[in-house]
Design a protein around this ligand. Structure first.
Ligand code: PRX
Length: 637
C-alpha cells in the first residue's frame, strides 16, 4: 500500500483515534517514520500552552522539498506533479512531471542563491496562479529561506505592511496576472509597495501577461534572464539545505480582531507530516488520481493542499489560474471533464455562486471521473451541500466538509471520504490526533452532546502554529490566553446528539467573506483613512453568495452633498488600503453610533440591525444615547 497510515475503515478510524489520544507521541512517530529525514528526531513532542512553547520532532533534520520531490524521482519521476490550466481555455495547458518540477525548483533555488538569498531570509511572493508560483515557494524551502506568500488581490499598502513586518529582503512577482477578464498589474502594485520598504534589495519578475513594467536598475531582474544565467553555469544541482524540524518554513499573514494582520509561523517537520497525513486521509488519495483544489496559493488552503500535502504524497495536483465563472459558469466542470479529475476541493461560496447559474453549465459535462468532493473555508449551507452532492457528485461521491484554519496548518475536523459518515452542514469528527473541546465564556468545559460552546483544542498537533512572527506575545494573547491551557480557535461550535461537530461561525470580530478572513477593525481603519470620515463601525451580515457581507456604519464630517459619490470614494479607499476583497457591501451614513457610557461601540446592536432583526435588540438602556438606535434602524439598507 502506498500510504501505510491511510485509514481504511470506520473501525480503523476509531482505533487510530483512540491510540492518538492515549499515546500521541507514539502515534505521530509512526506517521513521521514514513518520511525522509536526514536525521531522526530525539524527542517527538515537548510542549506547554502557557508560553506557548510547542516543539515537534526536536533534533530531527530534513528538507521538505526532498520529501516533495527527490524521494519521488525514482518511482514517480515521469508522473505529472502539476497540471496547470491557464485562465484562457484556448491557451495551451502545461504538465510538469516530478522530474521537471525537481529540475525547475533546483534551477530557481540557484537563482535565489546567486542573488544572495540565505537560510532564514524572508522572501515575499506576490504572483498569480502559475506553476512558477509553486516553483518559487519550493525553491525557497529548498534553500531554507522563509516564504511569505501574499494573495494577488491585496493592495500595495497591505503588501508593504507584510514586507515590513517580516523584513523581507527579496520579492518574487510577475509582470501581471490573468484572472477572468482582468489583467492585474502585479509588478506595478509591488513598485508602489516598495516605496516604503528599504529591506527589499531585489525583485525577481516572471513574465506572464507582457504588461509593460518599469524595471529599476540594480533592483529588478527578469526571472527568465536569471534562469539563463544558471543554464550557462551548466545547471548545477542544488542540494537541499538541512533544516531543523523546528526551523521556520513559512509565514502566512492572516486577519484577527485587531487592525493589524499577524504572521502565522509554520515550521518544517511538524507541518510536513501534518499536511501530508491530513491530505492522504481526508481525501483518501490513491496513487494516480488527479486532484484539483480551486484555492489560491495565497491562502493556507493553497499552501497545504495544492503544494505541500499533495506533492509530499506524490500526487498529481491541478493548478488553475482563473476563476470559476470565466469564460462561463461551467469552467470548473470543463476542467473536471478535460483532465478526468477524481477529487475536487472547493469553497461553499464558489458552489453557491455557480448554483445561481442553474444546471445549464453542468449539463453535457462529463463528471463521471469524480470520486470525492471537498469543501473548505466557511460553513456550507445544506442547500449548497445537496446541490454539490446531487449535481456535481451525481449522488456517488462523498463530500468532506473540512474545518481548519491558517493557524492549524491542516484539516482538523472532517469526514474521511467514504470511511466515516458525512452529515450536511457538519464537519463531523476530529481526525486522529485532534482533541476538540467546547467551553463556555468562563472557560468551563461543556460536556455531553447536544451542546454549544466555543471551540478549543486541548492537545498539540504537529501542524499547529508555533508563533506569530516577531511578536510571540501576540500569539499567546490571541490563542492561548482566553482559556487556560487551551488553544482557542475563535469559532463557535455545536456538538449534536451523535457527537458530530458543526461550526457555527466566528465568535470574535473576524468576518468570513467568500471564505476570506477579514478583521472588522482592519476595514474600519481603512474606512477611517478617508478624509471625510469621522468614525465607522463594521459588522457582518448573512449574504446569499459570500456567506457574510460587510456592513459599514459611517459618520462623516458633515452631511455630504452626494452620498453616492462619497460611498464610491470610501470603497476606493478600502481597495487602496486593503484590497478589493474588503470592500463593504453596504455603507450606511449615520450621525452617531450606539456606545456604552464608557465609549465602547455596541456591535451586538449594529449586528442585529444589519441582520434585519430590528425587534430583538436586547437591552439598550445602558447606551449613552439610545435615540441614535432609532435613527440607525430607520436608515437601514
Ligand atoms: O471560521 C472558520 C472558517 O474559516 C476560519 C479560518 O479561516 P482561514 O484561516 O482563512 O482558513 C480558511 C481555510 C482553512 C475558521 O476559523 N472555516 C474554515 N473551514 C470551515 C470554516 N467554517 C465552517 N466550516 C468549515 N469547513
Amino acid at each position: 500500500m502506498a500510504y501505510p497510515y491511510q485509514i481504511k475503515s470506520l473501525e480503523e478510524y476509531q482505533e487510530n483515534y483512540k491510540q492518538s489520544v492515549m499515546d500521541p507521541e507514539g502515534f505521530w512517530a509512526n506517521v513521521a517514520d514514513h518520511f525522509y529525514w536526514r536525521r531522526k528526531w530525539d524527542k517527538v513532542l515537548e510542549w506547554n500552552f502557557k508560553d506557548p512553547d510547542v516543539k515537534w520532532f526536536t533534533g530531527g533534520k530534513l528538507n521538505i522539498t526532498e520529501n516533495c520531490l527527490d524521494r519521488h524521482l525514482g518511482t514517480l519521476g515521469n508522473r505529472p506533479a502539476i497540471i496547470w490550466e491557464p485562465n484562457d481555455p484556448e491557451e495551451r495547458h502545461r504538465v510538469i512531471t516530478y522530474r521537471d518540477l525537481y529540475n525547475k525548483v533546483c534551477q530557481f533555488a540557484n537563482v535565489l542563491k546567486n542573488n544572495g538569498v540565505k537560510k532564514g531570509d524572508r522572501i515575499c511572493i506576490y504572483m498569480g496562479m502559475i506553476p512558477e508560483l509553486a516553483i518559487a515557494v519550493l525553491a525557497c524551502a529548498r534553500i531554507g529561506a522563509i516564504h511569505s506568500v501574499v494573495f494577488g488581490g491585496f493592495s500595495a499598502q497591505s503588501i508593504a505592511d507584510r514586507i515590513q513586518d517580516a523584513q523581507a529582503s527579496l520579492v518574487i512577482t510577475c509582470d501581471g496576472a490573468f484572472r477572468g477578464n482582468k489583467d492585474i498589474p502585479l509588478k506595478s502594485v509591488i513598485d508602489d509597495a516598495l516605496m516604503g520598504c528599504p529591506s527589499v534589495k531585489k525583485v525577481i519578475v516572471c513574465t506572464r501577461t507582457r504588461t509593460p513594467v518599469s524595471m529599476i536598475k540594480g533592483r529588478d531582474l527578469w526571472w527568465e534572464d536569471e534562469i539563463k544565467q544558471v543554464e550557462t553555469m551548466g545547471n548545477p544541482p542544488c542540494s537541499a539545505e538541512e533544516m531543523d524540524a523546528e526551523d521556520m518554513l513559512f509565514i502566512l499573514y492572516t486577519s484577527g480582531s485587531t487592525g493589524k494582520p499577524k504572521g502565522v509561523v509554520h515550521t518544517c517537520g511538524g507541518y510536513m507530516v501534518y499536511a501530508n497525513y491530513t491530505f492522504v486521509n481526508t481525501f483518501q488519495y490513491q496513487p494516480g488520481e488527479v486532484y484539483f483544489c480551486t484555492a489560491d496559493v495565497g491562502w493556507i488552503t493553497g499552501h497545504s493542499y495544492i503544494i505541500y500535502g499533495p506533492l509530499s504524497a506524490g500526487a498529481t495536483t491541478l493548478m488553475f489560474e482563473g476563476v470559476p465563472t470565466y469564460p462561463d459558469a461551467g469552467r470548473l466542470w470543463s476542467i473536471v471533464d478535460k483532465y478526468r479529475v477524481n477529487i475536487l476541493y472547493t469553497a461553499p461560496t464558489a458552489i453557491r455562486s455557480l448554483m445561481g447559474y442553474g444546471l445549464g453549465p453542468v449539463n453535457h459535462k462529463d463528471l463521471s471521473s469524480l470520486k470525492k468532493l471537498g469543501s473548505v473555508g466557511e460553513p456550507i449551507n445544506e442547500e449548497a451541500w445537496h446541490w454539490f452532492k446531487d449535481h456535481i457528485g451525481k449522488g456517488r461521491c462523498p463530500i468532506v466538509d473540512t474545518w481548519w484554519q491558517t493557524e492549524t496548518g491542516g484539516i482538523m475536523i472532517t469526514p474521511i471520504a467514504g470511511v466515516t459518515k458525512e452529515k450536511p452542514g457538519y464537519a463531523t469528527l476530529p481526525l486522529p490526533g485532534i482533541q476538540p473541546i467546547l467551553v463556555d465564556e468562563n472557560g468551563k468545559e461543556v460536556t455531553g452532546n447536544n451542546v454549544n460552546g466555543n471551540l478549543c483544542i486541548k492537545f498539540p498537533w504537529p501542524g499547529m502554529l508555533r508563533t506569530t512572527y516577531g511578536d510571540h506575545e501576540r500569539c499567546r494573547t490571541t490563542y492561548f490566553a482566553t482559556y487556560e491551557n487551551l488553544y482557542f480557535t475563535g469559532d463557535g461550535c455545536l456538538r449534536d446528539e451523535d457527537g458530530y461537530y458543526r461550526i457555527t461561525g466566528r465568535v470574535d470580530d473576524v468576518l468570513n467573506v467568500s471564505g476570506h478572513r477579514i478583521g472588522t477593525a482592519e476595514v474600519e481603519n481603512a474606512i477611517n483613512m478617508h478624509a471625510g470620515v469621522v468614525e465607522s463601525a463594521v459588522v457582518g451580515y448573512p449574504h446569499d453568495i459570500k456567506g457574510q457581507g460587510i456592513y459599514a456604519y459611517v459618520i462623516t464630517e458633515r452631511q455630504t452633498h452626494d452620498p453616492e459619490l462619497t460611498k464610491k470614494d470610501i470603497l476606493q479607499t478600502v481597495s487602496r488600503i486593503i484590497g478589493p476583497i474588503a470592500k463593504p457591501d453596504k455603507i450606511q451614513f449615520v450621525s452617531g453610533l450606539p456606545k456604552t457610557r464608557s465609549g465602547k461601540i455596541m456591535r451586538r446592536i449594529l449586528r442585529k440591525i444589519a441582520e434585519g432583526e430590528l425587534d430583538n435588540l436586547g437591552d439598550t438602556s445602558t447606551l449613552l444615547d439610545p435615540v441614535v438606535v432609532d435613527e440607525i434602524k430607520k436608515g437601514r439598507l
